[in-house]
Design a protein around this ligand. Structure first.
Ligand SMILES: [Zn+2]
Ligand SMILES: [Zn+2]
Length: 344
């Protein structure tokens, strides 16, 4: 079968590999859609300390069961697979905090991922209820977007996005678009979208229709948000951009008792920002992080997509066959697309 395999930074090959067979307790799927994201581009360029090559990449996975060694799954079942796999037994997992499990392993990192014609769903995934049935009427491509939406759900839960909130989303990539849509579904008041790149901002704004689109290269973003919110600032600010400057601005534009989600991480060599601690103190701000998603978030994401609460079909702007996976990464790297899905 054909696979997209990471060998070393800058060396990702589309090549032949033997078709895997499932062991006891495992499920084999025919991958139908595996979406790409910025993480894939990062792995391609820099590798990852959890990846021992060669490793099949791809972590936003949907497919069809073709062989099953696990109870409850039969050929023909349409399934979505979690990406981040908690252990289910540690102190954090037992407290229900599966996104911060210190023993977490991941599809495409510790296990061969979804950029392949076939893939094994490991026992670890099934042990934490991480293989999900795709609701009827939902395409494989849409189901593959459940994983990033699950991460967005985790972030907005921690930042308590709710009724009437003015929400700023910084970064208009696929994650930013999902944040805009989910905030609306959670009853947010006004939602503002920010990006430095005017083209990408316009593309995203045309799809998700924020109440205002602010280009950081043309205007002072903090001023713009204060003007749009009658001087109050935003109840919630979400940074979906790997930029310390965005995180610093997020704190400055938050309303009293505002919540700030540092949703996107910063580059490893530049993780320190300047923070006006008195803003946090006097305005009673809450700053929260976000690290992936739990199996429950994935189930909820599938449900939200299926009910139409968070549509994703129109966010999939490019669909490419497996042999063009490297082109897909290029499109993502250049910011030309919202979501790029590979269909092996
Ligand atoms: Zn991803
Ligand atoms: Zn755990």
């Amino acid at each position: 079968m054909r696979v997209v395999r990471f060998h070393a930074p800058g060396d990702v090959r589309i090549e032949d590999a033997p078709e895997p067979s499932p062991g006891p307790g495992e499920v084999k799927i025919r991958v139908r859609a595996c979406s790409t994201c910025g993480t894939d581009v990062k792995i391609l360029r820099f590798g990852h300390h959890h990846i021992v090559p060669p490793r099949v990449m791809g972590h936003e996975i949907a497919g069809e069961v073709v062989e099953s060694g696990a109870d409850g799954w039969v050929p023909g079942d349409r399934v979505q697979v979690i990406a981040a796999i908690p252990c289910g037994t540690c102190a954090e997992c037992r407290r229900g905090r599966m996104t911060v499990c210190p023993n977490q392993v991941s599809m495409g990192y510790h296990f061969d991922g979804g950029f392949a014609e076939h893939m094994i769903v490991p026992v670890n995934v099934l042990a934490v209820d991480g293989l999900n049935r795709i609701p009827d009427g939902l395409s494989y491509a849409e189901a593959s977007v459940a994983e990033p939406l699950a991460c967005v759900l985790n972030g907005q839960g921690l930042a308590r996005v709710g009724d009437g909130d003015d929400v700023v989303v910084m970064g208009s990539g696929p994650i930013g678009c999902l944040h805009v849509r989910l905030a609306r579904a959670r009853g947010a008041g006004r939602v503002f979208l920010v990006d430095l790149n005017r083209e990408r901002l316009d593309l995203a704004a045309a799809l998700v229709g924020p109440d205002a689109a602010i280009c950081g290269a043309e205007t002072d973003v903090v001023d713009a948000v204060l003007k749009l919110t009658e001087g109050r600032g935003a109840d919630v600010v979400i940074t979906a951009a790997a930029a310390g400057a965005a995180q610093e601005q997020a704190v400055q534009m938050a309303a009293r008792q505002g919540r700030i989600s540092f949703f996107g991480g910063l580059p490893k060599d530049k993780p320190v920002i300047a923070l006006d601690s008195n803003l946090v103190h006097y305005r009673e701000l809450t700053i929260v992080g976000a690290n992936g998603s739990s199996p429950a978030h994935n189930k909820e994401a599938l449900r939200l997509i299926a009910t139409g609460a968070v549509p994703v079909a129109d966010l999939i702007t490019h669909r490419l066959p497996l042999d063009r996976a490297l082109d897909a990464f290029g499109i993502v790297a250049r910011g030309e697309a919202i979501k790029v899905t590979v269909e092996p």
